[in-house]
Design a binder for this molecule. Sequence first.
Ligand SMILES: NC(=O)c1ccc[n+]([C@@H]2O[C@H](COP(=O)([O-])OP(=O)(O)OC[C@H]3O[C@@H](n4cnc5c(N)ncnc54)[C@H](OP(=O)(O)O)[C@@H]3O)[C@@H](O)[C@H]2O)c1
Length: 253
Amino acid sequence: MELKLSGLRVIVPASTKGIMRRVVEQLIDEGCDVAICSRSEDSVARALRELSGGRGKAIGRACDVLDKEDYESWIEEMVAQMGGVDIFIPGVSAGGGSDSERNWWKNFEVDVLSTVRGCETVIPHMQAGGGGAITFITTTAAVETFGGPQAYNAMKGSLLVYAKQLSQDVGKDKIRVNCVSPGPIYFEGGSWEMLKDTMSKWFSKIERDHPGGRLGTPEEVANCIVFISSPAASWVSGTNLMVDGGFTKRVQF
Ligand SMILES: NC(=O)c1ccc[n+]([C@@H]2O[C@H](COP(=O)([O-])OP(=O)(O)OC[C@H]3O[C@@H](n4cnc5c(N)ncnc54)[C@H](OP(=O)(O)O)[C@@H]3O)[C@@H](O)[C@H]2O)c1
């Protein structure tokens, strides 16, 4: 299958490690130019070094998506440097936790508000360029009870609603909007590696709850994010693609 990604310009915030880093690597292999950021200058510099020399080019600088002005400036700078934007993949999160109000504000500002600000900044460029694709990264915990009632699950759930309704609004501009919802994903330095060490019994239960007896990998999620964001998925919009190896138990109508 030809993904038709070569030469496209992609913005992937919060992408120096984990799932989003693997997305960036795959896009560069496909010949895209990709803009990256994270809060740490060192991590961005290291990532840019490691990503250099591929089919596509990586650009970026440190930026905290929490800082409205700097985040919007970063997007504008990246669009200017790439000469436009075809794909936007906001997959940033403040993570889980249940210490009440602090988590609710953090997840609202990082997961939701930065995504909304990002969309409002990139959409005029996509409209001017004749179209594009936006893919949010949500979670299986937004659609099935997991880890207790917490801001992470509810705020990610609100992104599903926003994505669907945004897709209706910008479809006329040839912009597609979708979500990809991963289940638990294991990688070195990720949250599930930490949980394996600190809550080993629970970790083993989560492994057993997967029909395949293991957690997913960044590669398995990135494959789906890259496909749904690519022109090969031109007739997919307003959907939520679960990528969880069968971890969720509901019937998905
Ligand atoms: N891992 C899983 O099991 C899983 C499951 C379902 C959904 N997801 C979702 O998938 C996405 C990626 O998760 P992940 O586990 O792969 O990521 P991760 O390991 O938490 O990595 C997060 C990346 O985002 C950057 N970042 C964090 N906060 C930022 C901020 N405020 N501004 C700019 N950059 C920021 C980090 O770099 P710095 O620390 O240097 O800023 C890092 O590069 C998230 O939306 C997550 O909710 C993950």
